[in-house]
Write a protein that binds this ligand. Structure first.
Ligand SMILES: O=C(O)CCC(=O)C(=O)O
Ligand SMILES: [Fe+2]
Length: 198
């Protein structure tokens, strides 16, 4: 696993955006995708970023994905396996890069056909605890024309990342402006943040 952790970290250091295959094993990715599909079917997912009615309307113009937070209290074996993996990654990151990550949060995300997430930065204005953003894609196939790319706006160029199964992305939450292009088919992922609560 250390090799995959290092690929993610090294590509982050070189390109500001770390990308690796195989962070989630195929088996774990398939189980998490199954969890997501069930949550969606059972209408357990919520519109992202909603707090009250007025805010919901406002937010819908910015993002139209649906989310569900992973939580140890679910006692779901695959969420537990996921958290154990993130614990290992955080330990590795803290010991090799002198980061001081103390916690994290992750949610399932589903973008229905026609959904998007407009240009944004992941760190909140009134709370800077989010240090690193991580996204793991759960989509078996993705063709040109399906849309739904993660577009990262670097100073001098735009980087487009297709949300293909097995791909994990890692970048600094306070810096990179990014957006999810309108997707032409359902798009599934797990997204989260490594946090420093010091
Ligand atoms: O799903 C993605 O590619 C990015 C999602 C994102 O930017 C977010 O949830 O903050
Ligand atoms: Fe984001």
């Amino acid at each position: 696993m250390q090799k995959i952790f290092n690929t993610l970290i090294d590509s982050y250091i070189d390109n500001s955006v770390g990308i690796t295959e195989g962070f989630l094993t195929k088996r774990l990715a398939a189980h998490l995708k199954e969890n997501l599909a069930l949550l969606y079917q059972n209408r357990k997912m919520q519109n992202a970023g909603t707090g009250n009615e007025a805010l919901a309307v406002q937010n819908k113009a910015v993002r139209s994905d649906q989310i569900y937070w992973l939580d140890p209290s679910h006692n779901d074996p695959y969420e537990d396996e996921f958290f154990a993996l993130i614990d290992d990654f955080v330990k590795h990151l803290n010991s090799t890069c002198y980061t001081s990550i103390t916690s994290y949060e992750f949610h399932y995300a589903l973008y229905e056909e026609g959904s998007f997430y407009k240009k944004h930065i992941d760190q909140f204005r009134n709370n800077d605890s989010r240090q690193f953003s991580m996204i793991m894609y759960l989509n078996e196939s993705w063709q040109t024309g399906d849309g739904g790319e993660l577009c990262i706006h670097h100073d001098t160029f735009e980087q487009k990342i297709t949300p293909l199964n097995g791909k994990s992305v890692f970048f600094k939450s306070s810096e990179l402006l990014h957006e999810v292009a309108l997707t032409n088919k359902p798009r599934m992922s797990i997204t989260g943040w490594l946090k420093s609560d010091l």
